[in-house]
Structure formats: C-alpha cells, structure tokens
Design a protein around this ligand. Sequence first.
Ligand code: ARG
Length: 460
Amino acid sequence: MKLWGGRFEKTTDALVEDFHSSISFDQRLYKQDIEGSIAHARMLGKIGVLEPEEADTIIQALGEILADIRAGKVEFEIGAEDIHMNVEKILTERVGAVGKKLHTARSRNDQVALDLRLFLREETDRTQELLAALIHTLLKAAEDHLETWMPGYTHLQKAQPITLAHHLMAYVQMFLRDLERLKDGRKRLNMSPLGSGALAGTTFHLDREMVAKELGFDGITLNSLDGVSDRDFALEFMAAASIAMMHLSRLCEELVLWSSGEFQFVIMDDGYATGSSIMPQKKNPDVAELVRGKTGRVYGDLMALLTVMKGLPLAYNKDMQEDKERVFDAVDTLQKSLLVVEGMLRTMRVNKDVMAQGAKGGFTNATDLADYLAKKGVPFREAHEIIGRIVLHCSKRGLGLEEMTLTEYRGFSPVFADDLFAEIKIEQCVRARKVVGGPAPEVVAQVIAQSREKLNALLE
Ligand code: ARG
C-alpha cells in the first residue's frame, strides 16, 4: 500500500511505477532528508504536536536509519517512490504507528526543497575548497614564473611579450570571481523552506525559526508558494558552475595548444596524459580535452533546469523532480574537473627557454618601438605608421627589429637614437609595463599578494 494510497482503488501501473519513481537517484539525499526530519520532529516535540517521548523515539530511530544506510544495510524500494517516503516507511516499520506522525505539518514539497538546499550548501562549500586549492596552485606557479617571458597573443597571433606568471594570474582572477559567485549564491540558498507545506503552509503553529537554526540556515523563506517552487538556488549554482567550467575549458584549451609539438611550451606529466592504441609515439593531453568537453554537460544541466522551470505554474509540479540529476551531474562534473586541472597544473613542466624564444619572434616589441618615438614627441599615430614601415622592411629581409643598425633606423626617422636598442629588449618591454594590472614582474608580485589576501577573505 502506498503512503498516499487512501483515495486510490487501483494500484499504480508498473510502467508508471518505474517512470515516476526517483529513488534510484534521490537516495543520494538520504543524509539531508534524515537531518531535516530530525529537526522537524524535534520542533514538533517542542511545540507539543508530538509527545516528548514520541519525538525522542522518532529522532533516535532516524539516527539509526541514517547509520544503517551509511553502512549499506538498507535496501530502498522503488514502490516507495522517493527518498522521503522510503525513509518514512522504514521508520514506521521500525517504530510502529508513531512513525506515521513524523509527516505532520509537512509535505514532500517543502521536504524536497529543504533537502536540495542542504545538499547544495554542502557542495557549494566543497566546490569553494576545490577552487581555493586550484587558486593556490596557480599562485604558487605564478610566483615561480614571474620572469618566465612568453608571447602574449591576440587572435592567436603573437602580440606583445608578457610572462607566464601574468598569464596564470589572469586565471586566478577568473577563479576568484567563481568563488565569490558561489559564496554570494550561498546567501540566497541558505534559507529554510520547511513550513511551506504542500503550497499553503500549515494550520499547525510551527516554530520555523527553530528548525532553520538547528539546520544551520540563516533565515526562513517568506512565501509558501515560492518556498516549494523556487529552484533559483540550484540554477544559480549551475550558472556559477557553467562559468567556472568555461574558465577551466579556456585554460585547458591553452594547455592543449601549449603541449603540442608546434608550441612545446609545457610538458604534461605522464600521470596526466595518455597514449594511443595504434601510434606508439603519442602522448595526448586527454585530461585537458575532456575537461573542455565536459563543459558542455554542465551548460546542458543549466539549460535543462531552466527549461523545466520556465513554464511551470505555481506551485510544485512533478516536473521539478527533474532538477536533481542535473544538479548532481553539475556538482560532480565541476568538482572532478577542478581536481584534475589542479593536479595537471601542479605536475606539468614548463619549457622556459622555448617560451622565452617564442616571446622574441613576430615583432612582439613593435609597440614598444612606437612608444619610444611617442615618448620623444612623435604623435603616436605617426609613430605607428613609421614602425609599420620598419616592420615591413625587416620582414622582407628576414630581420628582427633588434638587428637593424642605427643608421638604418635614422633613415626612417631622425628621432631614433642609440637608446632605442635598450627599449626593445623583450625583457625590458615587459619590465616597462608597470601600469596597475600589467605584466611587469614587480607589479605581478603585488597582484599575487593581493589575490592571496582576497582568497583568504573569501574563505572566511
Ligand atoms: N520526488 C519528488 C521530487 O523529487 C518529491 C516531491 C514530490 N511531491 C509530490 N507532490 N509528488 O520532486
């Protein structure tokens, strides 16, 4: 007999049973479900809806059920539909009639909203820790590579010289924002919906604040319809997860490029690369590729739930049961990706010399030469034009800017003097970019310190 079987004359069709049951996946919420039930029972005991002994019996049995599920001693039933009714059924089997009182003044609608919030709160915290670990690894690498010169790109064409530290610190800024986004979403997530009932609250005088406090919430939701039908907190998590995956994916794309034979900027550790079943020479950056590929899954998770929610009339609708698998998938995918990318970065080796060599070719110091003229009073647009002609001249002859003689330079502009050569050394080009946010090693060192402080503040 179903827990809700009273008004039914026939049993559920076997096809429907299989179709609508969620226990195969929502059993993952057993801990949150039981914690929520314990807090609810304690509150019902305090306000006198349950006798003190009844509340104690229920609370104790729920604790035992939790331990038994953890120990793998409990078999769930598809007929009991979901984790909520499975737990209630097991409770009643164990303590008898009093177990049937647990669901007083509660609905699975506020219960499932509660469980999902508790779950995502924990996973938000875990995700923040993983992001922090990744940021630490990037900060450490940035410190080691403050003077590892490399080409910076626009349009994937060499543009201006930078350092590896500066490049890595760009990702630190992205991941710090991801962490902040999660932390911000957690504020709205951390509100207890329990007491919203099925949709219209309850006639019992619940102490909602007590339950919220016991479960570590910052407050309670203020509208029962919204309390049961709001999934913004899940969407916000998945939106933040999507953006974080996008950042990981861009980083991974660069690592794929950098580890190619053409670039040879980095060498993946053997533990983070894989081989080919046919080509004996191959060492592929599969980990980076897979993270790039998995980004699509998380976008899909977000889109799926947004689409589920977009046409739903208030309040709860069964469509919303579709939220859980998407949330679980987004959580798992992001967390695993953060873990492997951290390991991949920590273990990879950097070919400093190849990077520095790469920083040189392609006239990456041409802007600096234009700046040189501009600093001597030539209007920048004119300076740009002059250097453009010099670049054309050099490229036709296979020369770098540093390989021209002063006499040749003076043929293009009388403003050129001997001091130009110091200005176009790659190292000098980077060191001179001292503007806040620029790649000069001393500036990046400051940004590393500031970012570390920001990280610590976010983790408080
Ligand atoms: N298994 C359901 C879900 O995941 C729990 C809520 C069911 N409520 C209902 N009225 N059928 O959403």
